[in-house]
Design a protein around this ligand. Structure first.
Ligand code: RP5
Ligand code: MG
Ligand code: MG
Length: 279
C-alpha cells in the first residue's frame, strides 16, 4: 500500500495550522501510538455550511460505506472504519482530525480528465525523447489557484452526477473556461469537446489520492481517465483558456520529473505506460 506523504504535509493548505508530525512507521493505524495528538481543524469555509459540505458530526450521522441519499460515501479502497461516529482514513494517520478544507466526512469523490496528444515537430512528425527513444506525450495541465501547483484539471463529482459528466464538465470549466464563454462559443466548444469525451476513454486509476487536504477523517478519491487525441485534430485545435479554479492552462510534455499536485504524476505514469510513451 502507498505510504501517503502529501497527506502529512507539515502546514495544512490555506491555513497556518501545523499537523502533528507522523513518521513513516506510525502512519498505519494498527501501529499503537498513545502519544498521537492530532490537531483538530475544519476550515471556516466548510463550517459555513455551503451546499457541498456536510454538517458537523454529533447531530449528523450519515450512512458511511454506503450511497447515502445521493452522496456516495463508499470508498474505492473497501470498507473504512468508523470510530466515535467519524470515518478513519484508509491510508492511515495524517496528524490532523476534522475535515480541513474537505466538505465530506470520509471519501470526497473527484474525477480527473487526462487529455493527451503526441508531441510533434514543425513538420508534424512525432518527437522522440533523446534518452528513452520513446514518443513524447503532452497533456492539458492547469495551474491551481489555491496552491500554484500544476495539476490535471479535475474536480469534485456532484451528488448523483455520473463520473463521465464530471470529467467533461471539469475539463470544460478549468481548461476551456466554459463558464465564462459567450453563448455562441459555449455551444461550439460543447460540441467539440463532446466529440472527444464521448469515447469511453481509458481509465488509468481509481482510488485514494495523496492530496494535501486529506485528514484522518476526510480524504480525496478519484477516477482518472485518459482521453487521447491520436491525430492531434480534435482538442488540439480548441483554444485553451483557464477558468474557474485554474489560473493558467497549457499543454505540458509528460515526463517523470514533473512535480505535480497530489499524486497526479502517478496517474500520468499509467497513461505513459499504457500508450508506450516516454516517461
Ligand atoms: C485531487 O483534487 C483530485 O485528483 C482532483 O484533481 C482534485 C479535485 O479537487 P478540486 O480541484 O475540486 O479542488 O485530489
Ligand atoms: Mg473545478
Ligand atoms: Mg479542480
Amino acid at each position: 500500500k502507498l505510504l501517503h506523504v502529501k497527506s502529512r504535509c507539515p502546514l495544512y493548505p490555506g491555513s497556518d495550522i501545523k499537523r502533528f508530525p507522523v513518521p513513516d512507521d506510525k502512519v498505519d493505524w494498527t501501529r499503537e501510538w498513545p502519544q498521537y495528538e492530532p490537531v483538530s481543524y475544519t476550515a471556516p469555509s466548510v463550517l459555513n455550511r455551503p451546499q457541498w459540505a456536510d454538517p458537523d458530526i454529533g447531530s449528523f450521522s450519515p450512512h458511511f460505506n454506503a450511497v447515502d441519499d445521493t452522496v456516495d460515501r463508499k470508498s474505492f479502497e473497501g470498507n473504512y472504519r468508523v470510530e466515535n461516529g467519524k470515518p478513519l482514513n484508509p491510508f492511515g494517520r495524517t496528524g490532523l482530525t476534522g475535515r480541513g478544507l474537505l466538505g465530506r466526512w470520509g471519501p470526497n469523490h473527484a474525477a480527473d480528465p487526462i487529455v493527451t496528444r503526441w508531441k510533434v515537430n514543425k513538420s508534424g512528425a512525432r518527437t522522440h525523447h533523446p534518452v528513452s527513444k520513446l514518443p513524447v506525450l503532452q497533456f492539458v495541465s492547469i495551474k491551481r489557484n489555491d496552491c500554484g501547483e500544476w495539476a490535471i484539471p479535475g474536480g469534485m463529482v456532484d451528488p448523483g452526477e455520473q463520473v463521465s459528466v464530471t470529467l467533461q464538465r471539469e475539463f470544460s470549466e478549468e481548461a476551456l473556461n466554459s463558464l465564462s464563454l459567450p453563448p455562441a462559443k459555449k455551444e461550439e466548444t460543447f460540441k467539440r469537446i463532446t466529440e472527444l469525451f464521448k469515447s469511453a476513454g481509458v481509465q488509468v486509476y481509481k482510488g485514494y489520492v495523496d492530496d494535501p487536504r486529506n485528514t484522518d477523517n476526510a480524504w480525496m478519491e478519484t477516477v482518472a481517465v485518459n482521453f487521447h487525441d491520436e491525430s492531434g485534430s480534435s482538442v488540439s485545435e480548441l483554444p485553451l483558456q483557464a477558468g474557474d479554479d485554474a489560473g493558467q492552462v497549457q499543454w505540458v510534455d509528460m515526463d517523470s520529473s514533473l512535480a505535480l499536485y497530489a499524486s497526479h504524476s502517478h496517474f500520468l505514469e499509467r497513461v505513459a505506460k499504457e500508450r508506450k510513451a516516454h516517461w
